[in-house]
Write a new protein. Structure first.
Length: 379
């Protein structure tokens, strides 16, 4: 199968969507498929090695508040020329912006099968960014966009159910895996822990993700403070960057802000921690939680997305009823009451992560996409 991925976010950018799409591309190539990438050029592109598959850059415009990142601009002319001369079997549009809309329109005009994926619950961000009033309009656009394709791939059954309530059709699951060779306790670093001021067995809580309003970091901090009442030597390390970082650093000088990390360095930060407290309520999946499980951390999250599917409360981690902050904070006490079982819980978390192979998940995705494309060609 020859597949073109169209996306506005991709490494060297660091976020869950970019990392997932890179896994998709790399595993499709390993499985013998031809893959090409279309995306806007970013200012940070010169910081990493060039990929060994074709990448077609399109013009971009700066994202307000994120000067180093670019939205893809309308690029219909370039895409029409590209796909007329070198026609793919299927096009996967991963983002719904101007670039994604151009790709969808041109693919339909050329009769090329198109699938999409839904990665970010933008409609749930409104309360954090003061645009709740446009949530219905936003979902109407997303519904119109995705329903013009053969299928929309999402990471969980909960997201399927959510989108179907909004009138999305042909929603299918493309789950998420975890790289247990990259993420694991073998990455633990005493030197890194010492740089955080953690001596010997001092407990370390780690948060990984965007430092942004939609991640509900104040709840993670409150959970850490609750844990610290019983474990006074505990430290909190925030791994990531974003618009809330400066304010949080000023308000909480006791917290260690490690900034953006990727690859082995990111894996080392996970493995050098002990607890992963994740208060976000806006995830479509939450790759960070399964990466923490692979790293044998004691995890706590809300009972939805990745935690709903992969955390068995009290066996390989802990979870609280969705959006119940008091229950979330109370679960910190439940967690600490199980200290004698921490070695068992950590091993169970690792075992669950080891069952989530990216290779098998992406093979299932590829088989489904190929079948959908063939049905369209035969129609």
């Amino acid at each position: 199968m020859k597949l073109v991925l169209v996306t506005e976010t991709y490494p060297p950018e660091v976020n869950g969507v970019a990392m997932t799409l890179e896994r998709l591309v790399n595993n499709l190539i390993l499985q013998g498929h031809q893959v090409e990438l279309v995306r806007p050029k970013q200012k940070i592109d010169d910081t990493g090695p060039a990929p060994d598959y074709p990448v077609h850059m399109v013009p971009g415009v700066p994202i307000p508040g994120y000067a180093d990142l670019q939205f893809g601009w309308f690029s219909g002319g370039k895409l029409k020329k590209l796909w007329t001369e070198n026609r793919p079997d299927v096009i996967h549009v991963a983002t719904e912006g101007m670039l994604g809309l151009s790709a969808l329109n041109i693919a339909r005009k050329l009769g090329i099968p198109v699938v999409t994926s839904f990665h970010t619950n933008f409609h749930t961000y409104g309360d954090h960014y003061n645009y709740s009033f446009v949530a219905n309009w936003l979902m109407a656009y997303f519904r119109w966009f995705h329903n013009r394709t053969l299928a929309t791939f999402v990471p969980s059954q909960a997201t399927v159910d959510d989108l179907e309530k909004y009138g999305f059709k042909n929603v299918k699951i493309f789950s998420r895996g975890v790289d247990t060779e990259l993420f694991g306790k073998h990455r633990r670093s005493d030197e890194l822990r010492q740089s955080w001021g953690a001596q010997n067995g001092d407990p370390v809580v780690v948060y990984v993700g965007r430092v942004a309003a939609e991640k509900n970091i104040p709840l993670t901090i409150a959970a850490y403070e609750r844990l610290k009442k019983r474990l006074p030597k505990a430290k909190l390390v925030v791994v990531g960057d974003g618009p809330e970082r400066a304010g949080l650093e000023k308000k909480h000088p006791e917290i260690i802000f490690a900034g953006m990390r990727r690859g082995e360095e990111l894996a080392q930060h996970y493995a050098s921690g002990d607890f992963f407290l994740f208060g976000s309520t806006t995830e479509t999946f939450g790759n960070v939680l399964t990466e923490a499980m692979a790293s044998e951390m004691i995890v706590l999250g809300y009972d939805y997305a990745a935690a709903h599917h992969h955390v068995v409360d009290g066996e390989n981690g802990f979870k609280a009823p969705f959006k119940d902050e008091q229950a979330f904070l109370g679960s910190v006490d439940r967690l600490l009451d199980q200290e004698a079982r921490f070695p068992e819980i950590r091993q169970n978390a690792r075992a669950k992560a080891q069952s989530l192979s990216w290779g098998s998940i992406i093979k299932g995705y590829a088989d489904e996409v190929a079948a959908l494309a063939q049905l369209k060609e035969n129609a």
